[in-house]
Ligand binder design. Structure first.
Ligand code: HEM
Length: 300
């Protein structure tokens, strides 16, 4: 092996390591270092260096900060002005989530409660002083991904049929799900509304891509010939870091929305994922097409 070739390999290895380190712990590398690295884009590469540098050094942190604090502020204002939807608890209860549904959902919930804070610690590594604590969070983040994997695969299949798009979804979006007023007008939606469907697709397909890109960053120093023939390792790592963070932003935003809807915006909604039962009036108003379907099938 020629000395030049060896040197190239060493440089490439350090570039890959640098990208990963910055993606997973921005406390380790400074902005100037990253800017220098951008100049080393190999010929024939996707030239993701400049974009990667710009996003990592300038945009991702403020965006995550904005989502983390901005979304709860918007919901707080919504709660103060419009208030929660309150449905009668005196009518029938409708069984909507099986034990299996609830178990899978609980595992996903536990995984997220660990994944989100540990991911944020890595994003704001410098603020947390870098070092051991951030590295510990990185390992916990990786371990809880295993929990996420075992929940997301069954979740994808168990709800797939009910999550396919329907014409109700467009109508639902036109009225923003009826959440901008506190009237109890029937909302066009099947078992799941367009907002819930959006969350499902981001959590499952988006989650799958997050697992894949996360694994690429975690196992940084690997070689799969087929992949290597398509993309350089450094581009693979940079592309993974960008996609992981962009999807992370979407997942964080929708997760906060999901929790707000389940815990605050619809009073008592959280019970359905614990007991399996929803209040009849809630189904009649918020899932009017599903309610009609149950009536027609005489399942009520
Ligand atoms: C940890 C906090 C969480 C809470 C309090 C929560 C609560 C709920 C509730 C109450 C429902 C039933 C909603 C309804 O149909 O009225 C639900 C459904 C659902 N949850 Fe969660 N959940 C949490 C975490 C998660 C996570 C981490 C995921 C995905 C990875 C997830 C994915 C879903 C999906 C796809 C549905 C069905 C569609 C929907 O209702 O949005 N949930 N959740």
């Amino acid at each position: 092996m020629g000395i030049e070739f060896k040197m190239k390999k060493i440089i490439l290895f350090f570039l890959a390591l640098t990208s990963l380190a910055f993606a997973s712990d921005s406390a380790i590398w400074g902005k100037d270092m990253i800017l220098n690295i951008a100049q080393y884009d190999k010929e024939g590469s996707l030239h993701l260096g400049a974009l990667f540098t710009l996003l990592q050094s300038t945009y991702f942190k403020p965006l995550f900060f904005g989502v983390l604090f901005g979304i709860p502020v918007i919901f707080f204002i919504h709660y103060m002005i419009i208030g929660p939807m309150i449905f009668s608890h005196d009518r029938k209860k409708i069984y909507v989530f099986s034990v299996f549904n609830r178990m899978v959902h609980t595992i996903a919930g536990i995984a997220f409660i660990i994944l989100i804070p540990t991911g944020l610690v890595m994003m704001f590594g410098t603020t947390f002083g870098g070092g051991e604590f951030v590295r510990f969070c990185k390992e916990i983040h990786a371990i809880s991904t295993l929990l996420f994997i075992v929940s997301i695969v069954p979740m994808f299949f168990m709800w797939l049929k009910d999550m396919l798009p329907t014409s109700d979804d467009i109508k639902w979006m036109m009225i923003l799900g009826g959440y901008l007023n506190s009237r109890k007008d029937p909302v066009p939606a099947g078992k799941f509304n367009a907002g819930q469907k959006m969350w499902y697709w981001i959590a499952t397909l988006g989650g799958f891509l997050m697992i894949l890109t996360g694994a690429i960053m975690y196992f940084q120093d690997f070689k799969i010939d087929f992949v290597a023939s398509l993309i350089t390792q450094i581009d693979l790592l940079r592309g993974s870091a960008i996609l992981h963070n962009v999807l992370g932003l979407a997942v964080l935003a929708l997760f906060l929305t999901h929790v707000y809807m389940s815990v605050f915006a619809i009073k008592g909604a959280i019970h359905s994922i614990i007991t399996g039962y929803k209040e009849e009036e809630e189904v009649e108003i918020l899932h009017s097409s599903f309610y009609k379907e149950l009536k027609e099938k005489k399942e009520l």
